[in-house]
Design a protein around this ligand. Structure first.
Ligand SMILES: [Zn+2]
Length: 85
């Protein structure tokens, strides 16, 4: 249920409202002020740490999943097959 509004900085790209960013943050997403799109947030030194932190966490999660796959391939395949049912 994302509500997009024009970015207050570039005026071109779409940004999200406070409620949507709050919902995103609740799911472990970056905490951003409303009315700022992701590319503009990346260019803002004050907002960059939150996005960088989020990107790092996402990367760590992907690596962890990859390691799990290497360590327990059969379990992973079982779970994958299970998810298709
Ligand atoms: Zn923007």
């Amino acid at each position: 249920m994302a509500t997009t509004i024009p970015c207050t900085r570039c005026g071109k790209l779409t940004a999200y409202t406070d409620a949507d960013y709050a919902a995103l943050a609740a799911k472990g997403g970056p905490v951003l002020p409303s009315g700022v799109c992701f590319p503009c947030a990346w260019r803002d030194p004050a907002l960059q740490p939150a996005l960088r932190d989020y990107a790092e966490r996402k990367k760590a999660e992907t690596i962890r999943r990859g390691r799990e796959l290497l360590a327990r391939p059969l379990e992973f395949i079982d779970r994958f097959v299970e998810s298709l049912r």
